[in-house]
Each structure stands twice: as C-alpha cells, then as structure tokens.
Design a binder for this molecule. Structure first.
Ligand code: NAD
Ligand code: LMR
Length: 332
C-alpha cells in the first residue's frame, strides 16, 4: 500500500539553500524513495514572486513523489500540519551590523516561528534549524515552543561532519564512504571541534583508526581542524555566496538518519539539547555524536576525552553560553 505523504516545511525556500534543497526532498533524498511528500515553502513578502517561481519549477520537474506544494508568506499556513520543519530562513549579517543586531533580528524571527510551529505543526514534528546562528536559533525556538519535545529540536552540524569526512578521505585517498565516526563537538561556528580520535577507515585488513593511517598528529591537531572550522568562510570567499548544495545535502542526511536510523556501528553529529553529557553545560544546543533508531537520537556515551579535546569542548561550550546570554539580552 502506498505511504501517506509526509508534509515537509522549508523556510527561506526562495533562498539559495532552499533552491538546492526542495528538489532533493521531492526526489526522496531526505525521506526515502518510497515516501511521498507535500512541500510547504515559506518566505517573506519581498521574495514572494521568486518563491512562486520555485513552485512553478517544482511542478515542471514532475517529481513522482511530490503530492502537493504550498508556497506562502503566511507563517501559519506554512506550519499547518507539518511533520518535518527545516528552518533555513533568517536574517543575514549586513555591512555595518553588530553581532547583537543580527542576533536580535533572528531571535525575533525564531520566537514567532516557534509559536506558529507549536500551535499548528503535527504532533511530534521534527525540527532542524539550518539558519545561523544555528545552535542559538534552535535554542530560542525550543524556548518558545515549550510543548514541542526538546528531543525534536535540533540544528545542523552534519555539514561540518561531512566536511571532516571529506578532508580525511582526500588526505588518505580513500572513499569517503569508508571513513566514519568523526565527531563535531559544539557550535556551528569556527569554535567547533572536529575530533578524529574515534574515527576509523574501512580497509581490506579491517577497520583502522584514522590516526594510525594518517600518521601525522601535527596535521590532525592543527591544519585538519582549522580547515574544517574555516570551510564555510573559504566557500564564501570562493563563491561570494555561502555553501548551498552541501548544506542542502547535509540537511537531507541529518533528517534521513534521524527518521530512518544510523547504520549499525556508525554515529553522526547533530546539534541537540545538552543533558550535561561529557560535562557540556545542560541547556545549550550543542553538537554531539549521536546514533538514531526508531526516529529518536541518543548521545553516544563513554568516549574517552583527552586533555587536548577537553579544552576544545569547553571553548566551544563557552562561546555557546555567551551566544545564549546575548540572545536572552535581545529578548528583554
Ligand atoms: P539566502 O539569503 O539565499 O536565503 C535565505 C532566505 O530566507 C531568503 O529567501 C530570505 O528572504 C528568507 N527569509 C528571511 N527572513 C525570513 C523569515 N522571517 N521567514 C522566512 N524566510 C525568511 O541564504 P542561504 O544561503 O540560503 O542561507 C540560509 C541560512 O543558512 C543562512 O543563515 C546561512 O548562514 C545558513 N547556513 C547554515 C549552514 C549550516 O551548516 N548550519 C550552512 C550554510 C548556510
Ligand atoms: C557554512 O558553514 O558554510 C555557513 O554556515 C557559513 C555561513 O556563514 O553562512
């Protein structure tokens, strides 16, 4: 029997990530090639015409899995009945703006969209925040949608995770699909800590630790980390626009693994509500290694953290605590 369609909201759908993301969702990249979808696309009135153009292209592409498209500038219409919400819309930093000004704009957007989701989304709606500052936008959304379980509010650090896999695969000239269990700890910002201490590579002789194969701790502890931390900025420098296809693809990976599960023995990185694991302050949205099963994520426990890593976990937690304080100051 054919499955019931799943309603997927994409905010900021007329933007660059939205343009890359909606066809992926309509092709089954996010929820599976047997899962029909209805796309809900939200943007703001100045982008309404462009949003309608995206809707026209979705119709023209004749995606067999796409059972309907809602394209709107009305947040209530956009949020009504959605099972998955991918929050890409936000206010970008413009010339001359202070950090606090950008935070203040995004805090007010995420506060009002939280209320709309809380009132109108389907029960158990899963939320992924992509728009920056992603962790803190997700935290604000959680605070203002108290009836949505904290387990259902996450932010995107899978792009950073995939970037780390990509760097190791290039360095070792191995297939990216043979590298696994890197970790992104903390903030989706340059303070994040890409950690390879538990990462492995599949070889003909079995799984081998990344450190053993790379044989260059100096590179792993310095250049590898800064390359992943600075990759977003490097893309902006090269494209004069921020990453879009990789962000959209990673958003699909995030939701797919969350809904359909992570493979046995593999974890992924997700920004989730901290319960104090690994001595990360509770009450932050922080990126952890997680496994997913039956539509729920669980933080991987018991990994050893050396002194070098401890400092880096704390540094990115400190930045998130500061962002949280700044966000709260914008609310008052
Ligand atoms: P973009 O400017 O091309 O698109 C953003 C869209 O959001 C625009 O169409 C804009 O009109 C819309 N928008 C603005 N306010 C809105 C609101 N209140 N409601 C609905 N829509 C609204 O930007 P982009 O390149 O698509 O990037 C989107 C966001 O994703 C940015 O914040 C970017 O920094 C972030 N990003 C995050 C990651 C990550 O890994 N977490 C990666 C890349 C980009
Ligand atoms: C990225 O990681 O590519 C983006 O978050 C960069 C940005 O500032 O939009």
């Amino acid at each position: 029997m054919a499955k019931e369609p799943v309603r997927v909201l994409v905010t900021g759908a007329a933007g660059q990530i939205g343009y890359a993301l909606v066809p992926m969702i309509a092709r089954g990249v996010m929820l599976g090639t047997d899962q029909p979808v209805i796309l809900h696309m939200l943007d703001i009135p100045p982008a309404a015409e462009a949003l309608n153009g995206v809707k026209m292209e979705l119709v023209d592409a004749a995606f067999p899995l796409l059972k309907g498209v809602v394209a709107t500038t009305d947040v209530v219409e956009a949020c009504t009945g959605v099972n998955v919400a991918v929050m890409v819309g936000g206010f970008p930093r413009k010339e001359g703006m202070e950090r606090k000004d950008v935070m203040s704009k995004n805090v007010s957007i995420y506060k009002s969209q939280a209320s709309a989701l809380e009132k109108h989304a389907a029960a158990n709606c899963k939320v992924l925040v992509v728009a920056n500052p992603a962790n803190t936008n997700a935290l604000i959304l959680k605070e203002f949608a108290p009836s949505i379980s904290e387990k259902n509010i996450t932010c995107l650090t899978r792009l950073d995770h995939n970037r780390a896999l990509g760097q190791i695969s290039e360095r070792l000239s191995v297939q990216v699909s043979d590298v696994k269990n890197v970790i992104i700890w903390g903030n989706h910002s340059s303070s994040q800590y890409p950690d390879v201490n538990h990462a492995t590579v599949k070889t003909p002789a079995g799984e081998k630790p990344v450190r053993e194969l790379v044989k260059d701790d100096e590179w792993l502890n310095a250049e590898f980390i800064t390359t992943v931390q600075q990759r977003g900025a490097a893309i902006i420098k090269a494209r004069k626009l921020s990453s879009a296809l990789s962000a959209a693809s990673s958003a699909c990976d995030h939701i797919r693994d969350w809904v359909l599960g992570t493979p046995e023995g593999t974890w992924v990185s997700m920004g989730v509500y901290s319960d104090g694991s690994y001595n990360v302050p509770a009450g932050l949205i922080y990126s952890f290694p997680v496994t997913c099963q039956n539509g729920e994520w669980k933080i991987v426990q018991g990994l050893s953290i050396d002194e070098f890593s401890r400092k880096k976990l704390d540094l990115t937690a400190d930045e998130l605590s500061e962002e949280k304080a700044l966000a709260y100051s914008c609310l008052s």
